[in-house]
Design a protein around this ligand. Sequence first.
Ligand SMILES: Nc1ncnc2c1ncn2[C@@H]1O[C@H](COP(=O)(O)OP(=O)(O)O)[C@@H](O)[C@H]1O
Ligand SMILES: [Mg+2]
Length: 644
Amino acid sequence: MESPKPEMLVSAARPKLPYPGLRPFEPEEWSIFFGRETMVDDVIKRLAAQRVVLIHGASGSGKSSLVRAGVMPRLARQHLRHGIKWATCAMRPSGGPLWNLAHEFARLEGREDNLDRVGHIIRMFNQHDATLSSVVSSLEGLQNKRLFILVDQFEELFRFERETSREEAELFVDLLIAEIADEEYDAPDVVTPIKSRKAGIHIAITMRSEFLGECARFSNFAEAINRTQYLVPRMRYNALLRAIQRPAELYGGEVTVELAERLIADVRGREDELPLIQHGLMLLWNAATNSSDQPVILDVKQFEHAGGLTRLLSDHADRVMASVSPPGGSSPAVERLFRALTDINAEGRAIRRPQSFRALLDTSEVQPDELRKIIDAFRADGVSLLTPYFPAPIEDKTVVDISHEALIRCWDRIADAQKGWLRREFQDGLIWRSLLNDAREFEIDRKHILSPAATTQRIKWFGERNSSWSERYGGGWEPVVKLLQASRRMAIRSTRFRRLLMTPVVLLAALPVLGFDWKMGTLAIVGGLFMGTLLILLIVDYSRQFIPSERVRTAIVWSAFAAAGGAYGAAGFSSASLSTREIFQLVFSLATIIVLIWMVMKIGSRLLERIPARWIPARLLRLFGAEPAISLRHRPSVVVSLDD
Ligand SMILES: Nc1ncnc2c1ncn2[C@@H]1O[C@H](COP(=O)(O)OP(=O)(O)O)[C@@H](O)[C@H]1O
Ligand SMILES: [Mg+2]
């Protein structure tokens, strides 16, 4: 994450565009950041008193922007005015909080590419009794400088703690807590010269409010939060009007009052109020500047044409996707990317799921060049739907993230309640967990396998996943492979068994029609049936190599058999000289036999399903095509239609 120099933060250079879109404001964009003046004062007062402030609020309430474009430039101006040198850095916990912080420190020393140095700083963090102050005092070039650290998206630490390292997460929290000013300590304000190293470190932490409860899981953190928290207030109506209209004015344009009021009315009270307004304004502004050289005037007409703020965002993401997809088609690679980058939390809310580029390659199995091209399209200037924003380089360890949750909630492709990627991913996760459960049961009891129908469905589904993906839902790739293999073996065996039984029955039923001479020896009949059955099974098995689909194979073999039987029957009919009445009787009795067999199978399967599975041999169940009855010992896997 970049750490802007103080001069940049107070420079009067105008950013390229008046509206940043879905992403948070950056420090250099302080001049187009409006509506948060009193809140910036509030945060600075708290920083001065306690040195650590935890800024929390809903997703999209403007926490990151408040610190980046409000607090940081204000500190820079005050400090420059008083001639005090200072350094500033921003980091996120995702991927490794200590590494990220050490990397920022190395950057402040001008040595961000020196991995040994980063490793050395991490070792300093790990030393007994280490504090941020002690580490900072040994950094080169930071003596006599104040340091401001922004820990953005602090909630990422909880996932890191769960999935990667509790120990590192705890150490990181301890380092932060140690910097809070003691009550008896005479905390200096932010403008007077530093009296001690500790007094020179200021930390702002931003976090979504729903994670406040989780903080209590770290020792002493709840107490620290009680002393330092700041809940971001909503922007008042007039402040919102200013945030909408003032940037356009700075660029010689205008957003009419009617449009500003419509924008606010469209999303007022919704959780994505600010991101949707920002993104809508960015699109409207870009469209207007691209189509004419005249000063831009944005009014309600353009907005109505676009169909509302949510539609604007969803259509925009669709257009970006179309730009990296084959003509007229959607891109499975884009779907895999966004499925990997989104999640549903314990409260059922859609959230981001930052991933390293390497992890995305592993789970999506998209070629590196193609994935890079897709990510670049979504993070381009004027798009900003993914981070890191262009042109920051993307390497294997670069963390890729959705720039704002508003995208997850508003882009139809992700959010659609029936067909959205989020729902599909959730369902696939359920299927995996259920398969894993079955696989564990199978390890204990070898009879616990999937039904043939579930096996076919699961094997097809399984072919589209990989072991990296499965790690997200508990891993266990090997046991699941074993379960599927055993289930497939059993399904093949039971199909063979059923065929073995059905073939002679059908042959027997067909014999009269085919004009078979009943007076022939019984041995010949049995021998003929046996050979006929064997032949059909052999053909079916042999055709497996050429025709993978079971259904097609069966249809071809049986049609061939019917055609041969028909030809033979026709020949027999012409030589047997049966009367029309006899033929009618034969056809009728054949039809009756088939219906009877069908009914026995159906009724048999219904009856068997009522009996607990452990009392019936699995083979008998499969012969009748019955699903085992649900008992606590034997629960069939959850079947979720993959087509919806
Ligand atoms: N003062 C503001 N005026 C206009 N838009 C804002 C303001 N603060 C934030 N935004 C916009 O709101 C969205 C969310 O901001 P962000 O700082 O990322 O919020 P959070 O960190 O709370 O999720 C972004 O699109 C950002 O550009
Ligand atoms: Mg944020």
